[in-house]
Design a protein around this ligand. Structure first.
Ligand SMILES: C[S@@+](CC[C@H](N)C(=O)[O-])C[C@H]1O[C@@H](n2cnc3c(N)ncnc32)[C@H](O)[C@@H]1O
Length: 387
C-alpha cells in the first residue's frame, strides 16, 4: 500500500521527523487498514520510507524506517537491541529502567519499562496493535523478562480508535512487582498502579533532592504518587510530607515507608487545597518538590497550567525556610523551561521573596530526547533556592 505526502512535509520526514499529520497527506491508496504498514512517497516521486498508517487516527502516519525493510519480528528485535545497547552503563543503582520510549527509540507507540524481571508494556497506536504478537515475542526474546503485563489504558489509544486494554502478556505475573532504586525497596501492583507502574523518569531528580535535603527538616512532596521523592528524602534524614489525590498511591507509599523503615506524613486531597491548608497551619519546610501530572496536553492549555504552577510555587516558597530549595517539574512537552521560570518569577513576587535558579534538569538517559523528535523532550525541571 502507498501513501504520498505533500512537498511541505517532505523535508521534515527526510530530517527523520516521524509524524505525518493530517494536513501532510497528499494521497493514500484506498483500503488501507488501521495501522497497516505503508510505503511512503514524496509528492515529487522518490520513496521516503515505511511507516504505520491509520486513516482515521489523529496522527495518520508514523514513520518506522527510511529503508525498504520488512517490519516483522526481526525488525522489532533489532530496535529493542539498539535501545538496550544505547542504555548500557548509563542507568546505574537500580534494576528498573525504561527499555523503549516510543518514537525516540524508533518504536513509535511502544513504551516498555522493566522492573527487575517484570516488563510493563503499553501499545499506544493502531500500528503496534496490529503487530502485537510479533512485538510481544520480540520483547520476550530481547529483554529476557520472566513475566510481562500490559497497561494499554492510555488516552492516545482512544485517539487511534482503539479500546483500552489491560492484562498479562506472558509468564507468571506476581501480585506485587518488586524493584529497587538505590537503597530503597520499591513495589507496585500491576493493575492498581498509575501508567506503567512507577515514574522512572524522576529517578535523577529524586537523587538530586536527596542530596539537598537537611537532616530533621521538613520535605514537601507535592503530587507525590507513591512517594519516590519522599522515601529518598526520608532516607537522608528529612521529615517528608506527601500530598496526592490518589488514595491507593498514598496507601502504597505507607507500605513502602514501613518496608524501608522510614517515616512519611501523608495528606490526601487536591494539591492546591492541601497547600492552602498547610500554609494556614504555618508549616515550614527545608525543601519541596512540585511534580504535577501533564497539565498541558495541547498548546491552549499552557496559560491554565502556568496558573497552577504559579499558585503551587507561591505557596511552597512562602513555606520554605530561607536557603530552602524548590524543584518544579513539568512532564508536558508543550510547557518549556521558560514557562516554568515565568510561573516561578510571579510566584516569588507573590511570596515576596527572591530565589536563585541553581539548576535545570531534563529527563534521564532511558527516556531519550531525540533531536529529530522535538516531542520526545517532555520532562523539564527548575531548581530554585530561596534567598
Ligand atoms: C507525575 S505524577 C507524580 C510522580 C511522583 N512525583 C513520583 O516521583 O513518583 C503526578 C501525580 O499527581 C497526582 N495528582 C493529579 N492531580 C492532582 C491534584 N489535583 N491534586 C493532588 N494530586 C494530583 C496523581 O495522582 C499523580 O500521582
Amino acid at each position: 500500500m502507498k501513501v504520498t505526502i505533500k512537498a511541505a512535509a517532505e523535508r521534515r520526514i527526510r530530517g527523520r521527523y516521524p509524524f505525518g499529520h493530517r494536513g501532510d497527506i497528499l494521497d493514500a491508496e484506498a483500503g488501507i487498514g488501521a495501522g497497516e504498514v505503508v510505503d511512503v512517497y514524496a509528492q515529487s516521486g522518490p520513496f521516503l520510507g515505511r511507516g504505520y498508517f491509520n486513516p482515521d487516527g489523529a496522527t495518520p502516519l508514523r514513520m518506522l524506517t527510511t529503508r525498504r525493510e520488512h517490519i516483522d519480528e526481526g525488525f522489532y528485535r533489532a530496535r529493542i537491541r539498539g535501545a538496550l545497547a544505547r542504555r548500557e552503563g548509563r542507568i546505574v543503582g537500580t534494576d528498573a529502567l525504561r527499555v523503549l520510549h516510543g518514537e525516540a527509540d524508533g518504536t513509535p507507540g511502544i513504551v516498555a519499562d522493566l522492573f527487575g524481571t517484570v516488563l510493563s508494556v503499553q501499545f499506544r497506536n493502531a500500528g503496534v496493535e496490529r503487530h502485537r504478537a510479533q512485538i510481544v515475542r520480540a520483547l520476550q526474546a530481547e529483554t529476557g523478562a520472566s513475566a510481562a503485563f500490559e497497561r494499554s489504558d492510555t488516552g492516545e489509544r482512544a485517539r487511534e480508535g482503539l479500546e483500552q486494554q489491560v492484562g498479562a502478556l506472558w509468564g507468571e505475573l506476581p501480585e506485587q512487582v518488586n524493584f529497587y532504586e538505590d537503597d530503597l525497596e520499591l513495589s507496585f501492583q500491576p493493575f492498581a498502579a498509575q501508567k506503567t507502574g512507577f515514574y522512572l523518569d524522576q529517578r535523577d531528580n529524586r537523587r538530586l533532592m536527596r542530596g539537598l535535603v537537611k537532616e530533621g527538616e521538613g520535605f514537601l512532596d507535592v503530587y507525590a504518587y507513591t512517594g519516590g521523592f519522599s522515601l529518598h528524602a526520608a532516607r537522608a534524614g528529612a521529615r517528608p510530607l506527601a500530598i496526592d489525590q490518589d488514595d491507593a498511591a498514598l496507601g502504597a507509599l505507607e507500605g513502602a515507608a514501613r518496608a524501608n523503615r522510614v517515616s512519611v506524613g501523608l495528606r490526601l486531597g487536591d494539591a492546591l487545597e492541601v497547600l492552602r491548608t498547610l500554609e494556614s497551619e504555618k508549616q515550614s519546610f527545608g525543601a519541596a518538590v512540585i511534580d504535577p501530572p501533564t497539565l498541558a496536553k495541547r498548546r491552549d492549555d499552557i496559560p491554565k497550567a502556568k496558573r497552577i504552577f504559579t499558585e503551587g510555587a507561591t505557596r511552597a516558597l512562602r513555606m520554605l525556610k530561607p536557603g530552602g530549595v524548590l524543584l518544579v517539574s513539568t512532564c508536558a512537552h508543550y510547557i518549556r523551561v521558560e514557562d516554568l521560570l515565568d510561573a516561578a518569577r510571579v510566584a516569588a513576587s507573590e511570596a515576596e521573596c527572591d530565589a536563585e535558579v541553581i539548576g535545570t534538569t531534563y529527563q534521564p538517559a532511558d527516556h531519550p530526547h531525540l533531536l529529530s523528535v522535538p516531542e520526545s523532550l517532555y520532562l523539564k525541571s527548575i531548581l530554585l533556592q530561596k534567598e
